[in-house]
Design a protein. Structure first.
Length: 521
């Protein structure tokens, strides 16, 4: 330890996040966590030792770790016993000597993990961890804010034949003489604390590769691999597709783990998405939406993390729009437009939520996801495909393994497009009224004969966003505002020619539905 010689001060008890003032801590920057955990699979209690390698950012007399409902037994700093106290969700540590700014130091904490329903989640058959946004503190002491990311080593000992799945690469499995096995996992790229996960159950492991060679390992509940594996069959193609449009896949490996429980839960834990079997079963077409969404988070949210939680649309909105990008690639433009229209309908009557600053109570509200996705769809139309996809790739490349803000994203968008986008982003991110914008524009027309046989009708159907739209025929014109997503207009007449639907908001090219001669219908 390099001992501070000046006037050392305590590190701040929070990282300065407006939504969670006590989340994270000041005075140091974590480089690596090593968690050594011994699990009793009868009770699901665990004894643990965490070793934290960090660097000071100031002359440091006292520092905090985030730790809640953990039974801390002892603490040392660079091998010397340290004084500590627990207050609420803070572990306050006083090293034997103050530490100089810029010095590397190591903290070791012995503690017990108590099963609960927020972090170290116990169920009949296993344990899993999913802690977004700020419950990592409930299973290991840490600097619990995405602005301080680190690499990880997980060393987990469990009774045979239980299997352990965690972030990163499985380095080794050692069989012990006492009927247990020790699993060592290594996460080599920097990771936010809420993305760390350990999963223990009677799992069956499936090993695959994407066509381009990205390793995939999936963990299914025993006896369910044959049923569940087909749902994740597109994962490899998805990885390679997103690698083209978003930039190279940012980690060593990917996969999913499926705790077999009867409740909703799941999240984009880094390199190993957690999805409960109940959550998976509740979705239609999970291979086309849910799996794509969580995979896209590996770029948006995991590699590029949030500098502050108010910018959550940057990961949830973009991941939701990534569902549409996959649909466009996999099923075609019309299918993607239909999915956008479905999302548009979910935006109606969503309340007064400003997605650029939704407040801690509404972090995971529908507008953050669906209006966030609509923001990306509108931006793509406004600046064009070439600039739009360059923006996504540049954003990921610029802030890889770090964190960013909404202001960072907007600055890049303006730099790449050469446009002033202040009004655009203010309208979409910081207002509650939904802008006039077509998430989709699909039109069709058919001729029908009226019952009296005296004339024919033209039926025009618009599937769209908020319009307004103009239907023009040779003898009629209608202005539509199809806020419900679909609107059908029946026009009475004899002969219809040059039927055109015009989207008036962004001056898109008119869609000419063709020449209709209904006189012989």
């Amino acid at each position: 330890m390099v001992v501070a010689q000046g006037d050392p001060q305590p590190g701040e008890a929070g990282a300065g996040d407006p939504y969670f003032p006590t989340q994270g801590n000041g005075g140091y920057d974590v480089q690596h966590y090593t968690l050594d955990i011994d699990v009793d699979m009868e009770t699901h209690f665990a004894t643990a030792i965490i070793t934290i390698d960090a660097t000071t950012t100031q002359d440091l007399s006292v520092f905090n770790l985030d730790a809640q409902d953990l039974d801390v037994l002892n603490v040392s700093v660079d091998g010397q016993a340290a004084e500590f106290e627990q207050e609420s969700d803070e572990l306050i540590i006083t090293p034997a000597d103050p530490i100089a700014s810029g010095a590397s130091f190591t903290v070791k904490v012995n503690y017990d993990i108590i099963p609960d329903d927020t972090a170290w989640r116990s169920y009949d058959g296993g344990i899993y961890v999913d802690t977004e946004p700020n419950d990592a503190r409930r299973w290991f002491p840490n600097n619990d804010h995405p602005s301080d990311k680190a690499t990880y080593t997980f060393i987990v000992t469990v009774d045979d034949p239980y299997v352990v799945a965690a972030n990163g690469i499985l380095e080794s499995v050692v069989s012990n003489e006492d009927g247990t096995s020790t699993y060592t996992w290594q996460a080599n790229q920097a990771m936010a604390s809420y993305l760390a996960t350990v999963n223990i159950a009677m799992y069956e492991r499936e090993d695959l590769e994407s066509p381009a060679g990205v390793p995939i390992r999936n963990y299914y509940p025993a006896g369910q691999q044959e049923t569940l594996s087909p749902l994740f069959a597109p994962t490899g193609e998805m990885i390679d597709f997103f690698s083209e449009v978003l930039g190279p896949y940012p980690f060593d490996v990917y996969g999913v783990v499926l705790p077999d429980v009867s409740w909703w839960d799941g999240g984009e834990t880094q390199t190993l998405t957690v999805l409960t079997t109940h959550t998976l079963g509740a979705y239609n077409r999970p291979d086309l939406q849910l799996v794509a969404h969580e995979l896209a988070h590996q770029w948006f949210g995991n590699s590029v993390s949030l500098a502050r939680w108010q910018d959550i649309w940057l990961k949830e909105g973009i991941a939701t729009y990534a569902e549409v990008l996959w649909e466009e690639h996999n099923a075609g433009e019309e299918a993607a437009q239909a999915l956008l229209s479905e999302r548009q309908q979910l935006l109606q009557n969503t309340g007064n939520i400003i997605i650029g600053d939704p407040g801690p109570a509404d972090l995971y509200s529908a507008p953050v996801y669906y209006r966030g996705a609509a923001t990306l769809a509108a931006l793509r139309l406004k600046i064009g495909d070439e600039d739009f996809f360059e923006l996504l790739r540049t954003y990921v490349d610029t802030y890889a393994y770090g964190h960013a803000t909404t202001e960072d994203f907007i600055a890049l968008a303006e730099d790449i497009s050469g446009e002033d986008l202040t009004e655009f982003f203010d309208e979409w991110l910081y207002q509650t009224e939904l802008p006039d914008f077509a998430l989709t524009l699909i039109a069709s027309a058919t001729c029908t004969t009226r019952e009296d046989g005296a004339a024919t009708d033209l039926e025009v159907t618009i599937t769209a966003g908020n319009g307004p739209f103009v239907i023009q025929t040779d003898n009629d014109e209608r202005i539509l505002h199809p806020t419900a997503g679909i609107e059908t207009v029946l026009i009475a007449g004899d002969v219809f020619e040059n039927v055109t639907v015009t989207e008036t908001r962004f001056d898109l090219e008119s869609i000419n539905l063709g020449t209709f001669d209904c006189s012989d219908s």
